[in-house]
Design a binder for this molecule. Structure first.
Ligand SMILES: N[C@@H](CCC(=O)N[C@@H](CS)C(=O)NCC(=O)O)C(=O)O
Length: 269
């Protein structure tokens, strides 16, 4: 068990916490072993700092792998507080978050900025992030929209129901859960009714980075035992298409999420 997480757990009295933490630690060991294997195959001047527990990290991980990009795998264990050190702040990311990159000395944070930077460098295939301005703007429209809507509400739901109780040993009140669920479902409904109204993917007939960012946010709610498939049949079918289009990288990125939630990609939650 990590010392950072263990010290947080020292503050709480939840009965199930140690077991859950063991599962988490074991899962991370497996994912990290896979990452280390990858590292030896992909030494390059682009360093990619990420944690597969983080939704935007997973999105970039999938996009980089689909793009066939060479990058050096730099796993940052958020659970150990590795991003909270002065060294990380000074040398890796002054905002102390993941994902971030160091491209031959050029440091950059913020997943969408990283995506646009690498696209401008010609690293991201046009099919995933279009170059034609009107098509690109449609994908950008989604990327701008999602921050304060889909991402915010799914992340709050996950955090309140899964992460905070793990760290504090206290469960959220029912009315709070209900309110967060309503906010999240309002945005899931917009995905279903607006973004997926006329097309197979969010911004058209083919997969783009918009779908990958969105899917990674929605997948996170599995860990809070939320089954998006029950109320949202279009999202259910779309998630299958996204996974199919991105695999094997989608499942590699979500191995930890599947493990923690106890749900494989095919499973009903
Ligand atoms: N807007 C940022 C979000 C980055 C972010 O919030 N990362 C989280 C993980 S999903 C993080 O590093 N959290 C660490 C912390 O807050 O201490 C992006 O899209 O890259």
């Amino acid at each position: 068990m990590s010392s950072h997480l263990a010290s947080l757990v020292g503050l709480c009295d939840g009965q199930d916490t140690p077991n859950l933490l063991n599962i988490i630690s074991n899962s991370f060991r497996i994912v990290q072993r896979q990452s280390t294997k990858l590292k030896s195959q992909t030494m390059s001047s682009l360093k990619f700092y990420y944690d597969l527990m983080s939704q935007p990290s997973r999105a970039l991980f999938i996009i980089f792998r689909l793009s066939g990009m060479q990058f050096e795998d730099c796993v940052v264990a958020l659970r150990n507080g590795e991003h909270l050190t002065d060294e990380f702040k000074l040398n890796i990311n002054r905002f102390q978050r993941v994902p971030c990159i160091n491209d031959n000395g050029y440091k950059l944070a913020e997943s969408v900025a990283i995506l646009r930077y690498l696209s401008a460098k010609g690293e991201i295939p046009e099919i995933l992030y279009p170059k034609y301005f009107a098509k690109q703007a449609r994908v950008d429209e989604f990327l701008e929209w999602q921050h304060t809507t889909l991402r915010l509400t799914c992340a709050m739901y996950f955090r309140t129901i899964w992460l905070d109780p793990l760290l504090t040993g206290r469960s959220p009140k029912e009315d709070k859960i209900e309110k967060l669920r309503m906010h999240m479902e309002r945005n899931l409904d917009i995905i279903e009714q607006v973004w997926l109204a006329k097309s197979e993917f969010l911004t058209g007939s083919t997969l783009t980075v918009a779908d990958i960012f969105a899917a990674c946010e929605i997948e996170q709610t599995r860990m809070a035992d939320y089954d998006v498939r029950i109320k949202f049949p279009k999202i259910r079918a779309w998630l299958k298409r996204v996974r199919h289009s991105c695999n094997p990288h989608y499942d590699a990125a979500h191995a930890f999420v599947y493990k923690i939630s106890g749900t494989g990609p095919q499973a009903k939650l």
